[in-house]
Design a protein around this ligand. Structure first.
Ligand code: MRU
Length: 331
Protein backbone atom coordinates (compact mmCIF):
# COMPACT_ATOMS: atom_id res chain seq x y z
CA UNK A 1 0.00 0.00 0.00
CA UNK A 2 1.30 3.47 -0.85
CA UNK A 3 1.19 5.76 2.16
CA UNK A 4 1.68 9.48 1.64
CA UNK A 5 2.63 12.11 4.13
CA UNK A 6 -0.34 14.25 5.20
CA UNK A 7 0.24 18.00 5.11
CA UNK A 8 -1.80 18.53 8.25
CA UNK A 9 -3.56 16.18 10.65
CA UNK A 10 -5.29 16.64 14.00
CA UNK A 11 -3.49 15.19 17.00
CA UNK A 12 -5.65 15.36 20.12
CA UNK A 13 -5.67 19.00 21.20
CA UNK A 14 -2.82 19.82 18.81
CA UNK A 15 -2.08 19.78 15.11
CA UNK A 16 0.59 17.83 13.27
CA UNK A 17 2.02 19.48 10.18
CA UNK A 18 4.51 18.20 7.65
CA UNK A 19 7.45 20.57 8.21
CA UNK A 20 8.12 21.90 4.70
CA UNK A 21 11.33 23.63 5.71
CA UNK A 22 12.87 20.14 6.12
CA UNK A 23 11.70 18.82 2.75
CA UNK A 24 12.98 17.38 0.51
CA UNK A 25 15.89 16.32 2.75
CA UNK A 26 13.61 14.62 5.24
CA UNK A 27 9.90 14.20 5.84
CA UNK A 28 8.98 14.88 9.45
CA UNK A 29 5.79 15.88 11.20
CA UNK A 30 5.89 18.79 13.66
CA UNK A 31 3.34 19.25 16.46
CA UNK A 32 1.70 22.66 16.88
CA UNK A 33 0.18 23.12 20.33
CA UNK A 34 -0.33 26.88 20.70
CA UNK A 35 -1.34 30.01 18.82
CA UNK A 36 2.33 31.02 18.70
CA UNK A 37 3.30 27.65 17.23
CA UNK A 38 0.73 28.10 14.46
CA UNK A 39 1.71 31.72 13.75
CA UNK A 40 5.39 30.77 13.64
CA UNK A 41 4.72 27.79 11.34
CA UNK A 42 3.00 30.07 8.82
CA UNK A 43 5.53 32.91 9.10
CA UNK A 44 8.56 30.61 8.86
CA UNK A 45 6.92 28.67 6.00
CA UNK A 46 6.88 25.35 7.83
CA UNK A 47 3.45 25.32 6.23
CA UNK A 48 3.01 27.27 3.02
CA UNK A 49 0.84 27.53 -0.06
CA UNK A 50 -2.30 29.63 0.06
CA UNK A 51 -4.95 26.97 0.83
CA UNK A 52 -2.79 25.21 3.44
CA UNK A 53 -1.99 28.53 5.11
CA UNK A 54 -5.75 29.18 5.35
CA UNK A 55 -6.52 25.78 6.88
CA UNK A 56 -3.60 26.03 9.32
CA UNK A 57 -4.74 29.48 10.41
CA UNK A 58 -8.22 28.12 11.07
CA UNK A 59 -6.73 25.42 13.32
CA UNK A 60 -4.50 28.11 14.82
CA UNK A 61 -7.62 29.92 16.00
CA UNK A 62 -8.78 26.73 17.72
CA UNK A 63 -5.36 26.34 19.39
CA UNK A 64 -5.46 29.97 20.49
CA UNK A 65 -8.81 29.55 22.22
CA UNK A 66 -7.64 26.70 24.47
CA UNK A 67 -7.67 28.94 27.55
CA UNK A 68 -9.56 32.21 27.44
CA UNK A 69 -12.05 32.46 24.61
CA UNK A 70 -13.66 35.82 25.35
CA UNK A 71 -14.00 38.56 22.72
CA UNK A 72 -10.66 40.17 23.61
CA UNK A 73 -8.82 36.86 23.21
CA UNK A 74 -10.61 36.15 19.95
CA UNK A 75 -9.49 39.57 18.65
CA UNK A 76 -5.92 38.86 19.72
CA UNK A 77 -5.86 35.40 18.14
CA UNK A 78 -7.23 36.66 14.81
CA UNK A 79 -4.85 39.65 14.75
CA UNK A 80 -1.81 37.47 15.52
CA UNK A 81 -2.56 35.05 12.70
CA UNK A 82 -3.58 37.79 10.23
CA UNK A 83 -0.15 39.41 10.65
CA UNK A 84 1.77 36.31 9.53
CA UNK A 85 1.66 36.61 5.71
CA UNK A 86 -0.03 39.32 3.64
CA UNK A 87 -0.52 38.05 0.09
CA UNK A 88 -2.30 34.69 0.35
CA UNK A 89 -5.91 35.78 0.75
CA UNK A 90 -6.95 32.29 1.87
CA UNK A 91 -5.40 33.20 5.23
CA UNK A 92 -7.62 36.26 5.60
CA UNK A 93 -10.63 34.43 4.15
CA UNK A 94 -10.27 31.61 6.71
CA UNK A 95 -9.82 34.04 9.61
CA UNK A 96 -12.86 36.10 8.57
CA UNK A 97 -14.90 32.92 8.37
CA UNK A 98 -13.71 31.72 11.79
CA UNK A 99 -14.43 35.10 13.32
CA UNK A 100 -17.93 35.26 11.83
CA UNK A 101 -18.81 31.84 13.20
CA UNK A 102 -17.18 32.28 16.60
CA UNK A 103 -18.63 35.71 17.38
CA UNK A 104 -22.03 34.04 17.36
CA UNK A 105 -20.94 31.39 19.89
CA UNK A 106 -20.82 31.87 23.64
CA UNK A 107 -17.18 32.04 24.82
CA UNK A 108 -17.51 28.69 26.64
CA UNK A 109 -18.50 26.99 23.38
CA UNK A 110 -15.95 28.73 21.16
CA UNK A 111 -13.06 26.31 21.42
CA UNK A 112 -15.11 23.28 20.31
CA UNK A 113 -16.83 25.34 17.64
CA UNK A 114 -13.43 26.51 16.34
CA UNK A 115 -12.15 22.92 15.99
CA UNK A 116 -15.34 22.01 14.17
CA UNK A 117 -15.11 24.93 11.73
CA UNK A 118 -11.39 24.35 11.08
CA UNK A 119 -12.20 20.71 10.27
CA UNK A 120 -14.90 21.86 7.85
CA UNK A 121 -12.51 24.30 6.14
CA UNK A 122 -9.95 21.51 5.73
CA UNK A 123 -12.54 19.10 4.34
CA UNK A 124 -13.87 21.74 1.94
CA UNK A 125 -10.35 22.44 0.70
CA UNK A 126 -9.87 18.76 -0.17
CA UNK A 127 -13.20 18.64 -2.01
CA UNK A 128 -12.55 21.89 -3.91
CA UNK A 129 -9.13 20.76 -5.07
CA UNK A 130 -10.41 17.38 -6.15
CA UNK A 131 -13.05 19.19 -8.25
CA UNK A 132 -10.31 21.45 -9.71
CA UNK A 133 -8.54 18.26 -10.83
CA UNK A 134 -11.66 17.02 -12.60
CA UNK A 135 -12.35 20.38 -14.28
CA UNK A 136 -8.75 20.79 -15.38
CA UNK A 137 -8.35 17.29 -16.81
CA UNK A 138 -10.10 18.07 -20.16
CA UNK A 139 -7.71 21.00 -20.68
CA UNK A 140 -4.80 18.56 -20.55
CA UNK A 141 -6.58 16.03 -22.75
CA UNK A 142 -7.23 18.74 -25.35
CA UNK A 143 -3.49 19.43 -25.66
CA UNK A 144 -2.54 15.78 -26.27
CA UNK A 145 -0.79 15.18 -29.57
CA UNK A 146 -0.66 11.53 -30.59
CA UNK A 147 0.77 9.11 -28.06
CA UNK A 148 3.38 11.45 -26.60
CA UNK A 149 3.10 12.57 -22.96
CA UNK A 150 1.32 15.87 -22.38
CA UNK A 151 3.99 18.39 -21.42
CA UNK A 152 2.84 20.61 -18.56
CA UNK A 153 4.90 23.37 -17.02
CA UNK A 154 4.26 24.59 -13.49
CA UNK A 155 5.97 27.08 -11.21
CA UNK A 156 6.63 26.95 -7.47
CA UNK A 157 4.60 24.40 -5.52
CA UNK A 158 0.86 24.45 -6.04
CA UNK A 159 0.58 20.74 -5.44
CA UNK A 160 -0.84 18.81 -2.54
CA UNK A 161 1.88 20.15 -0.24
CA UNK A 162 0.36 23.62 -0.68
CA UNK A 163 -3.11 22.40 0.23
CA UNK A 164 -4.80 20.00 2.62
CA UNK A 165 -4.90 17.49 -0.25
CA UNK A 166 -4.73 17.18 -4.06
CA UNK A 167 -3.14 20.57 -4.81
CA UNK A 168 -4.51 23.18 -7.19
CA UNK A 169 -2.27 23.50 -10.28
CA UNK A 170 -1.14 19.91 -9.83
CA UNK A 171 -4.65 18.52 -9.23
CA UNK A 172 -5.42 18.20 -12.99
CA UNK A 173 -2.03 16.50 -13.44
CA UNK A 174 -2.88 13.98 -10.72
CA UNK A 175 -6.28 13.47 -12.36
CA UNK A 176 -4.59 12.83 -15.73
CA UNK A 177 -2.09 10.43 -14.15
CA UNK A 178 -4.91 8.56 -12.37
CA UNK A 179 -6.81 8.34 -15.67
CA UNK A 180 -3.81 6.69 -17.31
CA UNK A 181 -2.90 9.66 -19.55
CA UNK A 182 0.84 10.02 -20.09
CA UNK A 183 1.95 13.32 -18.62
CA UNK A 184 5.32 14.91 -17.95
CA UNK A 185 5.79 17.98 -15.76
CA UNK A 186 8.42 20.68 -16.22
CA UNK A 187 8.87 21.84 -12.63
CA UNK A 188 10.15 25.38 -12.48
CA UNK A 189 12.34 26.07 -9.49
CA UNK A 190 11.66 29.22 -7.46
CA UNK A 191 14.41 31.37 -6.08
CA UNK A 192 15.02 31.94 -3.23
CA UNK A 193 12.93 29.32 -1.36
CA UNK A 194 13.21 26.41 -3.80
CA UNK A 195 9.55 25.42 -3.81
CA UNK A 196 10.16 23.60 -7.10
CA UNK A 197 11.97 20.96 -5.05
CA UNK A 198 8.75 20.46 -3.10
CA UNK A 199 6.84 19.89 -6.33
CA UNK A 200 9.49 17.44 -7.52
CA UNK A 201 9.29 15.65 -4.15
CA UNK A 202 5.54 15.19 -4.27
CA UNK A 203 5.48 14.23 -7.95
CA UNK A 204 8.10 11.58 -7.21
CA UNK A 205 6.00 10.36 -4.27
CA UNK A 206 3.02 10.05 -6.65
CA UNK A 207 5.04 8.47 -9.49
CA UNK A 208 4.39 11.31 -11.97
CA UNK A 209 7.25 11.83 -14.49
CA UNK A 210 8.84 15.26 -14.07
CA UNK A 211 11.97 17.31 -14.67
CA UNK A 212 13.21 20.14 -12.48
CA UNK A 213 14.42 23.30 -14.23
CA UNK A 214 15.82 26.63 -13.04
CA UNK A 215 13.13 29.37 -13.22
CA UNK A 216 14.94 31.12 -16.01
CA UNK A 217 15.07 28.01 -18.23
CA UNK A 218 11.31 28.25 -18.76
CA UNK A 219 11.49 30.76 -21.63
CA UNK A 220 13.82 28.53 -23.62
CA UNK A 221 11.61 25.44 -23.20
CA UNK A 222 8.54 27.42 -24.24
CA UNK A 223 10.40 28.75 -27.27
CA UNK A 224 11.53 25.25 -28.21
CA UNK A 225 7.93 23.97 -28.27
CA UNK A 226 8.55 21.60 -25.36
CA UNK A 227 5.53 22.75 -23.36
CA UNK A 228 1.86 22.08 -24.24
CA UNK A 229 0.35 24.16 -21.45
CA UNK A 230 1.32 25.99 -18.28
CA UNK A 231 -0.69 25.66 -15.05
CA UNK A 232 0.15 27.62 -11.92
CA UNK A 233 -1.58 28.22 -8.59
CA UNK A 234 -2.54 31.55 -7.03
CA UNK A 235 -2.23 33.38 -3.75
CA UNK A 236 -4.84 36.01 -4.54
CA UNK A 237 -6.96 36.60 -7.60
CA UNK A 238 -8.42 40.09 -7.91
CA UNK A 239 -12.02 40.61 -9.07
CA UNK A 240 -10.79 41.45 -12.59
CA UNK A 241 -8.79 38.20 -12.82
CA UNK A 242 -5.31 39.67 -12.22
CA UNK A 243 -3.48 36.96 -10.29
CA UNK A 244 -0.77 37.10 -7.65
CA UNK A 245 1.40 34.01 -7.45
CA UNK A 246 5.00 33.17 -6.63
CA UNK A 247 7.45 35.67 -8.10
CA UNK A 248 8.47 34.55 -11.58
CA UNK A 249 4.94 33.54 -12.59
CA UNK A 250 4.44 36.73 -14.62
CA UNK A 251 7.54 36.09 -16.73
CA UNK A 252 6.23 32.60 -17.53
CA UNK A 253 2.89 34.04 -18.59
CA UNK A 254 4.64 36.53 -20.89
CA UNK A 255 6.80 33.82 -22.45
CA UNK A 256 3.81 31.48 -22.81
CA UNK A 257 1.86 34.22 -24.61
CA UNK A 258 4.82 34.96 -26.90
CA UNK A 259 4.96 31.32 -27.95
CA UNK A 260 1.21 30.60 -28.18
CA UNK A 261 1.13 28.26 -25.18
CA UNK A 262 -2.02 28.47 -23.01
CA UNK A 263 -1.40 29.66 -19.46
CA UNK A 264 -3.94 28.56 -16.82
CA UNK A 265 -4.40 29.43 -13.16
CA UNK A 266 -5.95 26.85 -10.81
CA UNK A 267 -7.32 27.96 -7.45
CA UNK A 268 -10.28 27.40 -5.14
CA UNK A 269 -12.86 30.17 -4.75
CA UNK A 270 -11.28 30.98 -1.37
CA UNK A 271 -8.38 32.48 -3.37
CA UNK A 272 -10.58 34.98 -5.23
CA UNK A 273 -10.74 38.34 -3.50
CA UNK A 274 -13.79 40.12 -4.89
CA UNK A 275 -13.05 43.04 -2.56
CA UNK A 276 -9.79 43.62 -4.43
CA UNK A 277 -10.68 45.24 -7.77
CA UNK A 278 -7.40 44.72 -9.67
CA UNK A 279 -3.92 43.33 -9.24
CA UNK A 280 -2.62 46.78 -8.30
CA UNK A 281 -4.36 46.52 -4.92
CA UNK A 282 -2.91 43.09 -4.05
CA UNK A 283 -0.38 43.41 -1.20
CA UNK A 284 2.94 41.86 -2.20
CA UNK A 285 4.89 40.22 0.59
CA UNK A 286 8.46 41.47 0.97
CA UNK A 287 10.47 38.75 2.68
CA UNK A 288 13.73 38.97 4.60
CA UNK A 289 16.91 39.88 2.73
CA UNK A 290 18.65 36.88 4.34
CA UNK A 291 16.62 34.56 2.12
CA UNK A 292 18.82 35.61 -0.79
CA UNK A 293 21.97 34.75 1.14
CA UNK A 294 23.61 37.93 -0.13
CA UNK A 295 25.43 39.12 2.98
CA UNK A 296 25.38 42.92 3.28
CA UNK A 297 24.41 43.63 -0.36
CA UNK A 298 21.22 45.74 -0.72
CA UNK A 299 18.36 43.33 -1.45
CA UNK A 300 14.74 43.49 -2.60
CA UNK A 301 12.87 40.23 -2.06
CA UNK A 302 9.25 40.44 -3.26
CA UNK A 303 7.80 36.94 -2.84
CA UNK A 304 5.02 37.29 -5.42
CA UNK A 305 4.21 39.00 -8.68
CA UNK A 306 0.98 39.76 -10.51
CA UNK A 307 0.00 38.28 -13.85
CA UNK A 308 -2.54 40.42 -15.70
CA UNK A 309 -5.84 38.70 -16.53
CA UNK A 310 -5.19 39.28 -20.25
CA UNK A 311 -2.35 36.73 -20.18
CA UNK A 312 -4.48 34.01 -18.53
CA UNK A 313 -6.29 31.51 -20.78
CA UNK A 314 -8.65 30.49 -17.99
CA UNK A 315 -9.09 30.10 -14.26
CA UNK A 316 -9.89 26.62 -12.99
CA UNK A 317 -11.85 26.48 -9.74
CA UNK A 318 -14.13 23.95 -8.08
CA UNK A 319 -16.94 25.52 -10.12
CA UNK A 320 -15.35 24.89 -13.52
CA UNK A 321 -13.20 26.87 -15.95
CA UNK A 322 -13.90 30.58 -16.49
CA UNK A 323 -12.28 33.32 -18.52
CA UNK A 324 -10.16 35.41 -16.14
CA UNK A 325 -12.24 38.51 -16.92
CA UNK A 326 -15.56 36.85 -16.06
CA UNK A 327 -15.12 35.73 -12.46
CA UNK A 328 -18.26 37.64 -11.43
CA UNK A 329 -20.24 34.50 -12.28
CA UNK A 330 -18.64 32.82 -9.21
CA UNK A 331 -19.42 35.60 -6.81
O1 MRU B 1 5.47 31.52 -0.52
P1 MRU B 1 4.66 30.29 -0.73
O2 MRU B 1 5.49 29.05 -0.87
O3 MRU B 1 3.56 30.12 0.29
O4 MRU B 1 3.97 30.55 -2.14
C1 MRU B 1 3.19 29.54 -2.71
C2 MRU B 1 2.67 29.90 -4.04
O5 MRU B 1 2.95 30.93 -4.60
C3 MRU B 1 1.70 28.92 -4.63
O6 MRU B 1 1.83 28.88 -6.02
C4 MRU B 1 0.28 29.39 -4.28
O7 MRU B 1 0.16 29.56 -2.89
C5 MRU B 1 -0.73 28.44 -4.73
S1 MRU B 1 -0.82 27.06 -3.65
C6 MRU B 1 -1.92 25.92 -4.20
Amino acid sequence: MVTRWPTLIEDGDGLLILDQTRLPREAAMLRLATLEDAAHAIRAMQVRGAPLIGATAAYGVALGLAGDADDARLDEVIATLAATRPTAVNLHWALARMERVLRKSAPAARRDRAWQEARTIAAEDMAANSAIGNHGLPLLQARRKGKDPIQVMTHCNAGRLATVEHGTAIAPIYAAHAAGLPVHVWVSETRPRNQGLLTAWELAEAGVPHTLIADNAAGLLLMQGKVDLVIVGADRIAANGDTANKVGTYLKALAARAHGVPFYVAAPLSTIDFACPTGREIPIEERAAEELGAGSVPVANPAFDVTPAALIAGIISERGVAAADSLGQWR
